[in-house]
Design a protein around this ligand. Structure first.
Ligand code: PLP
Length: 395
């Protein structure tokens, strides 16, 4: 038989989704994959059912139903301070996952480089490979997930085509502040580089963290592609509705790629997304408060269990240093440690190495997600009890 595609040999299966399968088989608590286990908002479930009953069941307008593009454009102005024309600047996609690959395909040429902060959401690695771009990494300091302007500017060169910025960030919980975004903007403008932002956790913020869209920084409006989706804000990760906002010329390319990749995102869920985007302010506050409580709870639990971690500023993940526990378990890598956690206490995590270009950098880390209902979080606390009481017995 002739060999299969070489490109698919360049990246592995998703570690996150693999951990979910292992967890399901073991009947454990899935703190690996970032999806909520509580009910999605009733109003949007009803809106989706109503859309199906109204027979919104055929192909949508390929780049997005007009009502949804209109709603996205209003929300972008109100929440993100981004001016965009729903006719020419928005592409509705199958989640932000498709928006990212379609965007990279729309702007990358062979030989181009793109800059990635690491640790990074694992999809960006294969996205780069599939689009033919070479990644160049800027490592965030594990103590407080910061970076220096000098370090960042060294990553820019004449081959740099784009930089990906994910804020609030998965897996670190970092929220990029205005000063950092202005550094990025200055370098992008100076060196003629596009910015692609993944802002799907924009409403999940803690303490005094503020979400700032890079596209709203002066000079960035014509070179930024802003990616988002309803997956996380409205707890509907299975609906697969996302979008990319970009200037008209870039949008035209994204729409072409999107059309031939997927034709369109599911029509009834696009109509339900219009209802989601019209939710009142208190919906977001209730969501934020739940995650704030869950963050404190899981953070305290992890500290008690012997993990070393910092409080996230946004999103719903904690990337914890597990060196101390690994030592007690007589293990020296994150993959073995994650497997041991499922086997011994039934809690699934993601090995830290899957978030780095060099697996060694994440060898002592594991990621926990806490987008779960209280019942699950209390059950996780019970599962942790033997580990906290006598870790040596779990070897
Ligand atoms: C940073 C980030 N981007 C994108 C996604 C995928 O989002 P979507 O469901 O919109 O495709 C995830 C999912 O966990 C994520 O954490």
């Amino acid at each position: 038989m002739k060999p299969l595609s070489k490109i698919t040999e360049l990246f592995a299966e998703s570690a996150i989704r693999e951990m979910t399968r292992i967890c399901d088989a073991a009947g454990g608590y899935n703190l690996a994959q970032g999806f909520p286990d509580f009910e999605s908002p009733k109003a949007i479930k009803e809106a989706a059912i109503a859309a199906i009953q109204k027979d919104y069941n055929q192909y949508p307008v390929t780049y997005g139903e007009p009502e949804l593009r209109e709603a996205i454009s209003k929300k972008a102005l109100f929440y993100n301070n981004i001016h965009c024309d729903p006719e020419t600047d928005i592409t509705v996609t199958c989640g932000s996952t498709e928006a990212m690959i379609a965007t990279l395909k729309a702007i990358i040429n062979p030989g181009d480089e793109f800059i990635l902060f690491e640790p990074y959401y694992e999809n960006y690695g294969p996205d780069g490979i599939l689009s033919g771009a070479t990644p160049r990494y800027v490592t965030l300091e594990a103590s407080n997930w910061t970076f220096s302007k000098e370090h960042l500017s060294k990553a820019f060169n004449e081959k740099t085509k784009a930089i990906i910025v994910n804020t609030p960030n998965n897996p670190t919980g970092k929220v990029f502040n205005r000063e950092e975004l202005e550094w990025i903007a200055e370098l992008c403008i100076d060196q003629d580089v596009y910015a692609i932002t993944d802002e799907i956790y924009e409403h999940i913020l803690y303490d005094d963290a503020k979400h700032i869209s890079l596209a709203s920084i002066p000079g960035m409006e014509n070179r930024t592609i802003t990616i988002n989706s309803i997956s996380k804000t409205y707890s509907v990760t299975g609906w697969r509705v996302g979008w990319a906002i970009a200037p008209e010329a870039i949008t035209a390319r994204i729409r072409k790629i999107h059309d031939f990749l997927t034709v369109g995102a599911p029509t009834p869920f696009q109509h339900a997304a219009v209802t989601a985007l019209s939710f009142p302010e208190d919906y977001y506050e209730t969501l934020r408060k739940h995650y704030e409580g869950a963050r404190q709870f899981v953070f305290a639990l992890l500290q008690k269990a012997g993990f070393n971690c910092s409080l996230p500023q946004g999103a719903y993940y904690i990337l914890a240093d597990s060196q101390e526990l690994m030592r007690r378990f007589c293990l020296n890598d994150d993959v073995a440690f994650s497997r041991r956690l499922i086997e011994s206490i039934g809690v699934a995590t993601v090995p830290g190495s899957s978030f780095y270009s060099d697996p060694k950098l994440g060898r002592n880390q594991v990621r926990f997600c806490y987008c779960k209902k209280w019942e699950t979080l209390h059950a996780v606390e019970k599962a942790f009890a033997p580990l906290i009481a006598s870790p040596e017995k779990l070897k």
